[in-house]
Design a protein around this ligand. Structure first.
Ligand SMILES: NC(=O)c1ccc[n+]([C@@H]2O[C@H](COP(=O)([O-])OP(=O)(O)OC[C@H]3O[C@@H](n4cnc5c(N)ncnc54)[C@H](OP(=O)(O)O)[C@@H]3O)[C@@H](O)[C@H]2O)c1
Length: 333
């Protein structure tokens, strides 16, 4: 079968290549999935670059999520239940950019057939992160402002739509002015660009008073610092990505006297701390909100595995629209 592999960490467009390897057999408690499609997410690219929190042993195959059909179960009861089902493939080991993948049966989620493959391929990473941060960790109340950077990202757009759905307001930071109108048309309550002045000054002009009580930032560096500086007394900021290498600079007085907090958010930790029943409810919630268009992923260009280098270049392009998808095999309907 065909897989995408890398033997050293580096620029994904240079170190990733297609290879032929034997089709794997599922072990006890595992299933084997024939992959249909898998998105290219920032976490996949950071892993290949060697800049992600958890790194695989080399050689490795990337791909944390995707959609496929379970074609075989290893010994054990649970796996047999999934054979023949189309599933979202939540692969913590990140090896989904392959024609077949084996993984623990509990890491696949059967998804209702009314959702198209492109949505099931991106069923978990972004939708669950949006729900977890807005509804569970920050619990942003109706009417409150949520400040977010990299707002034009797939995740940022979902957050704008969830704000409209749940009744909180989004104040959105984009690095390119061209993206401002587009996000307003999507339902953003306000959009600002760092090119127009310091982030904290712009934020206070929009919300008035001291600043915002809720903020999320996947960028870091100057943008993350501007987001932290925009917090009101008692304000809370979640840091959930490292799109820039530079660290966030925090004035400790703002934390000590001003009770402002900054915390990391990682979906893997959040999901691991939730009970299986609660996760099942979250999957149902996600499917429902994808159907309503709130947590739907905007589809981008599609590439076969053989064109992996073009695919990652497209995923890294500034101003790209939609999520780039590796189309691995024909859908089975
Ligand atoms: N912690 C977690 O558990 C978790 C889970 C899911 C996602 N994430 C993180 O969420 C972020 C968004 O993911 P996604 O799938 O939505 O990404 P995406 O669709 O690939 O979009 C990336 C966005 O980031 C912007 N961007 C890239 N580099 C930037 C920089 N240096 N400064 C400012 N903006 C920059 C791009 O802006 P342009 O439009 O201008 O090109 C684009 O809008 C990523 O950092 C990802 O790692 C974290």
């Amino acid at each position: 079968m065909k897989v995408i592999r890398f033997e050293k960490f580096g620029n994904p467009a240079e170190v990733l290549a297609a290879a032929e390897v034997p089709v794997p057999e599922p072990g006890r408690g595992e299933v084997r999935v024939r992959m249909i499609a898998s998105p290219i997410n920032p976490s996949d690219l950071l892993t290949v670059e060697g800049r992600y929190g958890v790194l695989p042993k080399l050689p490795a195959t990337p791909g944390y999520e995707g959609v496929g059909v379970v074609d075989r179960a290893g010994p054990g009861l649970i796996g047999k239940f999934y054979v023949g089902k189309r599933v979202a493939v939540l692969n913590q080991a990140g090896a989904n950019w392959a024609e077949y993948v084996t993984l623990p049966a509990l890491r696949v989620v059967p998804v209702s057939s009314d959702l198209p493959d492109e949505q099931v391929a991106s069923f978990f990473v972004n939708p669950a992160t949006v729900l977890a941060m807005a509804r569970h960790v920050l619990a942003v109340p109706k009417g409150a402002w949520l400040l977010q950077s990299a707002a034009g990202s797939t995740l940022g757009r979902m957050m704008i739509k969830l704000g409209q759905h749940d009744g909180f307001r989004t104040l959105n930071i984009v690095r390119r002015r061209e993206a401002m109108d587009e996000l307003k048309a999507l339902g953003a309550d306000a959009v600002i660009c760092p090119a127009d002045g310091p982030i904290d000054e712009q934020v206070r002009k929009v919300v008035g008073g001291e600043g915002v009580s809720y903020a999320i930032d996947p960028v870091g560096g100057d943008t993350g610092t501007g987001v932290f500086d925009s917090l009101a007394t008692g304000g809370r900021m979640l840091v959930y990505g490292t799109l820039e290498e530079d660290p966030i600079r925090v004035d400790p007085r703002k934390m000590i006297a001003g009770k402002r907090t900054i915390e990391g958010f990682y979906l893997g930790h959040w999901a691991a701390e939730r009970s299986k029943v609660k996760m099942l409810l979250t999957f149902r919630e996600i499917a429902d909100l994808i159907r309503k268009g709130v947590l739907a992923t905007e589809p981008g260009r599609e590439f076969p595995l053989e064109r992996i280098n073009d695919a990652v270049k497209e995923a890294q392009a500034v101003g790209r629209r939609g999520k780039v998808l590796l189309r691995i095999s024909a859908p089975e309907r």
